[in-house]
Design a protein. Sequence first.
Length: 85
Amino acid sequence: MKQISYVITDELGIHARPAGLLVKAAAGFKSSIKISNGTKEADAKRILGLMGLAIKKGDTATLTIEGPDEDAAAEALEKFFKENL
Protein backbone atom coordinates (compact mmCIF):
# COMPACT_ATOMS: atom_id res chain seq x y z
CA MET A 1 0.00 0.00 0.00
CA LYS A 2 1.24 3.47 -0.91
CA GLN A 3 0.02 6.80 0.43
CA ILE A 4 0.56 10.24 -1.03
CA SER A 5 -0.49 13.46 0.70
CA TYR A 6 -0.57 16.72 -1.20
CA VAL A 7 -1.66 20.23 -0.19
CA ILE A 8 -3.78 21.68 -2.99
CA THR A 9 -2.37 24.94 -4.36
CA ASP A 10 -4.78 25.52 -7.28
CA GLU A 11 -6.95 28.59 -6.57
CA LEU A 12 -10.13 26.66 -7.41
CA GLY A 13 -9.19 23.42 -5.65
CA ILE A 14 -10.11 20.17 -7.37
CA HIS A 15 -12.73 21.52 -9.75
CA ALA A 16 -14.29 19.83 -12.81
CA ARG A 17 -11.38 19.99 -15.27
CA PRO A 18 -8.59 18.61 -13.04
CA ALA A 19 -11.04 16.16 -11.46
CA GLY A 20 -11.79 14.71 -14.90
CA LEU A 21 -8.09 14.49 -15.68
CA LEU A 22 -7.37 12.84 -12.32
CA VAL A 23 -10.11 10.25 -12.86
CA LYS A 24 -8.72 9.52 -16.32
CA ALA A 25 -5.18 9.15 -14.94
CA ALA A 26 -6.33 6.89 -12.08
CA ALA A 27 -8.43 4.72 -14.39
CA GLY A 28 -5.26 3.71 -16.24
CA PHE A 29 -4.15 1.59 -13.29
CA LYS A 30 -5.44 -1.74 -11.97
CA SER A 31 -4.79 -0.78 -8.34
CA SER A 32 -7.52 0.48 -6.03
CA ILE A 33 -7.07 4.24 -5.65
CA LYS A 34 -8.91 6.12 -2.90
CA ILE A 35 -8.77 9.84 -2.23
CA SER A 36 -9.54 11.46 1.11
CA ASN A 37 -9.96 15.04 2.29
CA GLY A 38 -9.41 14.08 5.93
CA THR A 39 -13.06 13.49 6.76
CA LYS A 40 -14.49 11.70 3.71
CA GLU A 41 -13.08 9.19 1.23
CA ALA A 42 -13.97 8.44 -2.38
CA ASP A 43 -12.87 6.24 -5.26
CA ALA A 44 -10.46 8.34 -7.36
CA LYS A 45 -11.74 6.57 -10.49
CA ARG A 46 -15.26 8.01 -10.06
CA ILE A 47 -15.76 11.70 -10.80
CA LEU A 48 -18.93 12.19 -8.75
CA GLY A 49 -17.29 10.82 -5.62
CA LEU A 50 -14.22 12.95 -6.21
CA MET A 51 -16.27 16.11 -6.76
CA GLY A 52 -18.34 15.29 -3.67
CA LEU A 53 -15.25 15.71 -1.48
CA ALA A 54 -15.18 19.44 -2.37
CA ILE A 55 -11.40 19.72 -1.90
CA LYS A 56 -10.37 23.39 -1.88
CA LYS A 57 -7.11 25.31 -1.98
CA GLY A 58 -5.11 24.65 1.19
CA ASP A 59 -6.80 21.29 1.86
CA THR A 60 -4.69 18.15 2.04
CA ALA A 61 -5.70 15.40 -0.35
CA THR A 62 -4.46 11.93 0.56
CA LEU A 63 -4.31 9.14 -2.01
CA THR A 64 -4.22 5.54 -0.86
CA ILE A 65 -3.10 3.14 -3.59
CA GLU A 66 -3.20 -0.61 -3.22
CA GLY A 67 -2.72 -3.24 -5.90
CA PRO A 68 -0.40 -4.84 -8.44
CA ASP A 69 0.79 -1.57 -10.04
CA GLU A 70 0.75 0.65 -6.95
CA ASP A 71 4.35 1.85 -7.37
CA ALA A 72 3.76 3.09 -10.92
CA ALA A 73 0.38 4.57 -9.95
CA ALA A 74 1.86 6.43 -6.97
CA GLU A 75 4.65 7.89 -9.09
CA ALA A 76 2.32 8.97 -11.91
CA LEU A 77 -0.34 10.45 -9.64
CA GLU A 78 2.17 12.32 -7.49
CA LYS A 79 3.52 13.89 -10.69
CA PHE A 80 -0.05 14.70 -11.78
CA PHE A 81 -0.79 16.51 -8.51
CA LYS A 82 2.42 18.55 -8.70
CA GLU A 83 1.73 19.59 -12.30
CA ASN A 84 -2.02 20.22 -12.10
CA LEU A 85 -3.08 21.01 -8.56
